[in-house]
Design a protein around this ligand. Sequence first.
Ligand code: SF4
Length: 326
Amino acid sequence: MHPFSFTKATDTREALNAGRQGGRYIAGGTTLVDLMRETVERPETLVDISDLPLREVSVTERGGLRIGALVSMTETAAHPKVRALFPLVSEALELSASAQLRNMATIGGNIMQRTRCTYFRDVTADCNKREPGSGCAALHGFNRMHAILGTSESCVATHASDVAVAFAALEATVHLLGPDGERRVPFADFLLRPGNTPNQEQNIRRGELITAVEIPALPRPLKSGYLKVRDRQSYEFALTSAAVALHVRGGVIREAKVAAGGVGTVPWKLPAVERHLIGERPSDALWTAAAEQAAGGARPLENNRFKVALLKRTVERQLRVVGGTK
Ligand code: SF4
């Protein structure tokens, strides 16, 4: 591990001052400390923000949900308001990592986590995300876990977060506070596709701090759920996943929010699937036809061609689970 200095911020102003000078924020530390041990990350200054007042879950005036950036994954998943309003968020969190990690990791840290691409974590391998311009060992290496959507010639790594898939489906907003004031970024614009700059992963400016994630209100009743398909039943990342929320009134689907994980360089919103559902009556045939739209634009790699069919099946199954069978 490279030497670094450590400071604990006692209030937001102090944190922002340290962040403006290049300090890296740390709270749960479940990703960053690992990466520092492996010398993938070499920050000169860590700024501990775990004492900042960002630990509240609240219902917004319009009936949405605001989750403070420092609320742990465990606390978020168990919160009665989260379970009542957006159970898919709880499900996505409970299917993530281990209980010990969920107790430490925060919502802000979760969406800032870096890829689990093994070449990224191996400092002897070529990796454009870690060392821009060095190449991508995964392109012609073992790429079974890698992305089939949103890839570039520079990087094909997936984003590993489960709850980010739920946030993408529900069209959440990320609240940021920085030296220039507050900013709100739609979740779809927060995590960046790799393009030619895979080292830039988030739409976040120097010194900015995530303060909360806000999920907008959706019409009620709303049924929702998260399905994660993986090689083993715990402590494993998704091969594919699907976050689904449906509002059905008068026997017709009025709202559909769908996103997939494990397949994209960012959590992958599925607007073509959503369009196929809205205005239709739930049926097995509808779930199958809508899920057929899920893999549009996919560019599989040598070892992950199976993800195209698996993605469609995952979406179809979760549509059926949430929407019911007729
Ligand atoms: Fe690095 Fe991305 Fe290639 Fe993995 S897929 S080796 S993270 S550039």
